[in-house]
Design a protein around this ligand. Structure first.
Ligand SMILES: C[S@@+](CC[C@H](N)C(=O)[O-])C[C@H]1O[C@@H](n2cnc3c(N)ncnc32)[C@H](O)[C@@H]1O
Length: 319
C-alpha cells in the first residue's frame, strides 16, 4: 500500500502521495476545512448534498478517502452500514476519535485502505462515495474506478468528487517550504499549473540541523544547496485536475453507466468577493445558498466549478 520511494537518492519517482504525507495532515485537517479563506467548506458542503441524494437509504455503503470523518458524520445516519476507509492510518484514527461520541455512527466501521487496492470482496456494496478528491490524488484514477466498480453490486451507485480543470484556474502557484508533516520533518516543493499539482517532497535526516527550519515552517525562494546530504528519501507525487468531459470518459471506460457530472463550489466566489455585502450575505446564508445552487444545477456551468461531483451506476447485467 505504501508508495515505493527512493532512498538516499536525489532522483524521485512519480507516484501518489504516500500515506505518511496524509498522516502529517491529520491533526490540522479539521481546521483546514473550516478555514474561512478556503473553498473547501463550500465545495465539501455541496458534495455532501449530492452524495446524500445518491446514497440515502442504501444498505451497505463504502466511503473512500474519508480523512478525518467529516463526510462520514454527515452520511452515516442515511445508510444501514457504512465502512469508512482512508489510505492514512492517522486520518482513520482521527476520524474514529471524531465520531466516537456520536450515537448515530454506531453503524460505521473504519479501516485503512487504498482506493486503488480495495481489500473487499467483489460485489459487496450497494454504494460507494468519496468527498475530498481522493480520485485526483490516486496515481491512476482508472485503476481506482475499476476497483470501486468491482466492489459494487450490479446496479450499485457511485458518487465521488475530483478537482476541475477550469479554463481560468485560480490555483496557479508554487512554493518551497520546510515543514513538519506530523512528526516527519520535510522540505517540499509544490507547483500547481492548474492542470497538475506536483509535490516534490524530501524527508530530512533524523537529528539534522535543518529540522529547526521545519519546526519554524521556513519558506525559501530556491532549492537549498546540498539537499541530498540533509535528506534520507524523496518522492515526487502528482494530483490531477479533470475536465467534465475527461472524467466522464474515464468513469465510462471503467464500466459505469448513467454518468453525470455536477458542479461544486461556485459560491466560493461570493465568499471571497470584493463586495462586502456579498461576503456578508454568503456568511449569513452559506448553506441555504449552496442548497439553492444545487437545485439550479441544470443552469450552472460545470466548466467553471471548483470541484466536480461524478455520479454513476454499475450496470445490472454486468455489461
Ligand atoms: C483532501 S483530503 C479529504 C479528506 C476527507 N474526505 C474530507 O472530506 O475532509 C483527501 C483524503 O484522501 C486520502 N487519500 C489520498 N489518496 C488516497 C488513496 N489512494 N486511497 C485512499 N485514500 C486516499 C488522504 O489520505 C486524505 O485523507
Amino acid at each position: 500500500m505504501q508508495d515505493k520511494v527512493l532512498r538516499g537518492s536525489p532522483k524521485s519517482q512519480s507516484k501518489s502521495l504516500p500515506s505518511t504525507y496524509w498522516d502529517g495532515l491529520a491533526n490540522i485537517w479539521d481546521k483546514n476545512i473550516q478555514n474561512p479563506k478556503s473553498f473547501l467548506r463550500v465545495a465539501y458542503f455541496e458534495a455532501d448534498l449530492w452524495i446524500s441524494k445518491v446514497i440515502s437509504g442504501k444498505r451497505r455503503v463504502l466511503e473512500v478517502g474519508c480523512g478525518t470523518g467529516g463526510s462520514t458524520a454527515v452520511h452515516c445516519s442515511q445508510v444501514q452500514h457504512l465502512v469508512a476507509t482512508d489510505l492514512s492510518p492517522d486520518m482513520v484514527r482521527r476520524a474514529h476519535a471524531n465520531l466516537s461520541g456520536n450515537r448515530k455512527s454506531r453503524n460505521v466501521r473504519f479501516t485503512v485502505a487504498d482506493v486503488t487496492q480495495l481489500p473487499f470482496s467483489s460485489e459487496s456494496y450497494d454504494a460507494v462515495y468519496g468527498r475530498g478528491v481522493a480520485l485526483s490524488y490516486a496515481p491512476d484514477a482508472s485503476v481506482a474506478l475499476r476497483q470501486i466498480r468491482r466492489v459494487l453490486k450490479p446496479g450499485g451507485v457511485l458518487a465521488i468528487d475530483v478537482m476541475n480543470l477550469r479554463p481560468t484556474s485560480m490555483s496557479t502557484y508554487r512554493w518551497k517550504v520546510f515543514q513538519m508533516m506530523g512528526r516527519t520533518p520535510v522540505y517540499q516543493e509544490v507547483k500547481d499549473d492548474g492542470r497538475v499539482r506536483t509535490y516534490n517532497v524530501f524527508d530530512i535526516r533524523p537529528g539534522d540541523p535543518w529540522i529547526r527550519y521545519c519546526r519554524a515552517g521556513k519558506k525559501v525562494r530556491c532549492r537549498p544547496k546540498n539537499l541530498r546530504r540533509h535528506t534520507t528519501r524523496s518522492y515526487l507525487a502528482k494530483a490531477r485536475y479533470f475536465t467534465p468531459q475527461e472524467i466522464t470518459a474515464i468513469v465510462q471506460a471503467a464500466g459505469f453507466r448513467e454518468v453525470t457530472v455536477h458542479p461544486l463550489g461556485h459560491l466560493y466566489y461570493a465568499q471571497v468577493s470584493e463586495k462586502p455585502w456579498m461576503r456578508k450575505f454568503w456568511r449569513e446564508h452559506a448553506e441555504d445558498l449552496s442548497r439553492f445552487i444545487t437545485e439550479l444545477e441544470p443552469h450552472v456551468r460545470t466548466e467553471t466549478a471548483i470541484h466536480l461531483l461524478v455520479t454513476a451506476r454499475k450496470p445490472r447485467n454486468g455489461a
